[in-house]
Design a protein around this ligand. Structure first.
Ligand code: FES
Length: 104
């Protein structure tokens, strides 16, 4: 069984790009395709209020927040560059028959 919500077809999440998604409770997510694998984190940078899905720059598995150039590893949520020190919340993603689901 799938304990998650459908956020769209896999084609909507192209490799190397970031897309937004919203959970049923209103939580906004940033969804990343890193080398063909999809990851999801909370959308807001933990340093300020920047939207990573709108403004983040994805390079490999690292997203850079353009507000103060902090970075995170999107596969773990770990902060990887100052001034970010608090991890991003991450959400498990499953791709089943070309549909992308996020667990919550
Ligand atoms: Fe993201 Fe400051 S708001 S690094």
């Amino acid at each position: 069984t799938i304990n998650g919500i459908l956020i769209g077809p896999v084609q909507d999440f192209p490799e190397g790009e970031i897309r937004p998604a919203t959970m049923p409770d209103g939580t906004n997510l940033a969804v990343y395709n890193v080398g063909g694998t999809i990851y999801a984190t909370a959308d807001l940078c933990t340093h300020g209020e920047a939207s990573l899905s709108e403004e983040g720059i994805l390079t490999g598995n690292i997203v850079e927040c353009p507000w103060h150039f902090g970075t995170f590893d999107v596969t773990s949520g770990a902060p990887t560059g100052m001034p970010c020190t608090v991890p991003l919340k991450t959400f498990p993603v499953k791709v089943i028959e070309d549909s992308v689901y996020v667990e919550f």
